[in-house]
Write a protein that binds this ligand. Structure first.
Ligand SMILES: Cc1cc2nc3c(=O)[nH]c(=O)nc-3n(C[C@H](O)[C@H](O)[C@H](O)COP(=O)(O)OP(=O)(O)OC[C@H]3O[C@@H](n4cnc5c(N)ncnc54)[C@H](O)[C@@H]3O)c2cc1C
Length: 556
């Protein structure tokens, strides 16, 4: 019989309150009804009249998950509602760096860099299966570049203090070429190597969600907040709609936190249609290329491109992610589109540094995200000049909104916003414990050569599934190392509800190779339909919807 994680947790930990016991019921992970039952039990709980949550969080990206985890680990009755899938928005579309932000240091934003460097160290300690060291090399083509960046980056290292991960060093021309064998050698004078961390953004979001449930909280995807409940002038809960069934729910809460990224204004306008807009979306795109464009394990960093931006080319799951851009947008969207100019800018800039310049047909996938930047009070600032720090706002009715920040600082954002919420809702004060909280999947010393290292301790669960049913060992994609067992696991243990959930955010197929993800879509839909008890019509609709979406991740 397989290990039952929830039973194990139940024995070790006292649930924070009775209602959460429901999530600790012992269900075997190889029981196909596991996640469905879990969703059903959550829905039942949402239906309970007179139930009041301490904290209701809207939004299941990095910010909402960090906030809800902070709340539940302090012992507050917490629920998180996500309108689509967890990390469907910006939180699956980052450059995949856990970093202090060398660029912010250059802008003189010392406190933001210090905070991010501290969080980088904590996250690496708490999720070692997902957050790994990544060395970066800045190639230098003029005389002042090597000393200038060596000094600047040594300062960066010192700012990390005890949580530092390696010293920056100057490199000779020869050593630079050894580190980045595919860059142009003409006029190269040398380089500088520094260290930051890399991760997998949507995988971390899923692991945070699992941690939240294990701690006694509730999180549910495909549950959209459509209105706010106001009583005597105060926000007292939210109205939500199950996007799978259309069923509506009225949820009472002592405090509501709006962590909806670029959508925060939509929630604010539910309380006050005249509310001032507080978010400024800034679009960034990435192109994914074959690993032959970078060759090797080190990342390339261009600190100042022709128009003053930073460009990264970072190895990621045997591909290279190149980005990003910074373009102001008016519209908040879940599926933003890369603009032609952005694509050309990245191809052209990468082509200036790579020995073999990439062309559009080399692009395996293009993905686009919107930064939820806090709109500055003055006008005229370009989005690239707006601080990446976070802001917390409290409306007249007590709705708390959090905007800005980075994936790297999601935990600190959660800590700060819960401090505010506790004061506003008169909740009993309790200390934060998330600095040292291990994240689900925690495993030290994972073998990075193993294509499934990102599962951490959950690899045991997947192996158990295969032991019980060897048919699940079937490989669905050789190119992307995807096996049938991962799809079953995504449904039973990782809240996947749609084909897109499996291909975009559980296996990363869409971002790694959009064409290959389209190829395997029908097979994956078939496995999902059988597991979830859907008919062929569902399968066909899923494949059609996914193919249409994935075509936007292709350039030709
Ligand atoms: C191009 C780019 C590169 C980046 N690179 C990095 C990086 O390398 N490192 C780093 O640290 N940070 C990086 N960032 C920043 C980081 O990704 C974001 O700060 C972070 O993901 C924002 O998370 P969020 O939860 O605030 O927003 P989101 O992830 O967008 O989450 C908001 C969620 O709210 C949900 N929602 C909206 N309305 C409702 C509703 N009515 N009901 C229920 N749910 C709702 C949405 O569906 C969405 O899932 C990058 C950002 C971009 C755009």
């Amino acid at each position: 019989m397989f290990t039952c994680l929830y039973k194990y947790l139940f024995k070790r930990k006292k649930p924070t309150h009775d209602k959460e016991k429901i999530y600790l019921v012992c269900l075997e992970y190889n029981d196909p009804s596991y996640m469905q039952l879990n969703r059903e039990s959550i829905l039942k709980q949402l239906d309970e009249p007179d139930h009041e949550w301490d904290i209701l969080v809207i939004g299941g990206g990095a910010t909402g998950l960090g906030t809800a985890l902070e709340a539940v680990t302090r012992g507050y009755k917490t629920i998180l509602l996500e309108q689509d899938d967890f990390a469907k928005g910006t939180s699956s579309r980052s450059t995949k760096l856990i970093h202090g932000g060398v660029r912010y240091l250059a802008q003189g934003n010392i406190s933001l860099v210090m905070e991010a460097l501290r969080e980088r160290g904590r996250l690496k300690r708490n999720a070692p299966h997902l957050v790994k060291d990544q060395s970066f090399v800045i190639p230098c083509y003029n005389w002042w570049c090597v000393p200038f960046y060596t000094i600047g980056l040594t300062l960066y290292d010192l700012m990390a203090g005890k949580l530092g991960i390696g010293r920056s060093v100057p490199l000779s021309k020869q050593k630079t070429l050894q580190s980045l064998p595919s860059i142009k050698s003409d006029k190269l004078r040398g380089g500088v190597r520094y260290h930051d961390c890399q991760f997998d953004d949507s995988r971390l979001a899923i692991n945070l969600c699992q941690t939240l449930l294990e701690q006694g909280g509730v999180a549910i995807n495909y549950m959209k907040v459509t209105g706010l409940i106001k009583e005597e002038g105060r926000i007292a809960g939210a109205v939500a709609e199950d996007m799978e069934t259309g069923q509506g729910y009225f949820l009472s809460a002592k405090v509501v936190i709006n962590a909806t990224g670029v959508f925060v204004d939509q929630i604010l306008k539910m309380e006050d249609p005249e509310a001032r807009e507080v978010v400024k979306p800034s679009q960034g795109i990435h192109l994914v290329l074959d690993e032959r464009f970078l060759k090797g394990k080190e990342a390339l960093m261009i600190p100042k491109t022709s128009d003053g931006r930073v460009l990264f080319a970072v190895p990621w799951h045997n591909r290279v992610v190149v980005g990003t851009t910074d373009v102001e947008k008016q519209l908040a969207e879940l599926e933003p589109h890369a603009e032609q100019e952005e694509v050309e800018y990245i191809i052209e800039t990468a082509g200036r540094y790579f020995d073999v310049p990439p062309v559009k047909s080399d692009v395996l996938s293009v993905f686009t995200g919107l930064r939820p930047l806090a709109a500055p009070s003055g006008t005229g600032k370009k989005t690239k000049e707006i601080s990446r720090g976070h802001k917390i706002l409290v409306s007249d009715g007590g709705l708390i909104t959090i905007i800005g920040g980075k994936w790297t600082t999601y935990r600190k954002m959660g800590e700060d916003v819960i401090d505010v919420a506790v004061g506003k809702a008169n909740l009993p004060e309790r200390k934060s414990i998330t600095r040292d909280l291990r994240i689900h999947g925690y495993r030290q010393g994972v073998n990075l050569q193993n294509p499934h290292y990102w599962y951490g301790s959950d690899q045991d669960q997947i192996e158990s599934l295969e032991e019980a049913d060897p048919a699940l060992e079937e490989v669905l994609s050789e190119k992307l190392n995807i096996r049938k067992s991962q799809i079953i696991w995504a449904i039973r243990g990782e809240f996947a509800r749609t084909l897109e959930d499996c291909l975009a955010r559980r296996t990363r197929a869409l971002q790694l190779d959009a064409r290959e993800s389209i190829r395997i879509a029908p097979g994956v839909a078939g496995i999902m339909a059988a597991e979830l008890g859907y008919d062929q019509n569902w399968e066909l609709m899923q494949v059609e919807a996914f193919t249409k979406l994935a075509e936007n991740y292709l350039l030709n």
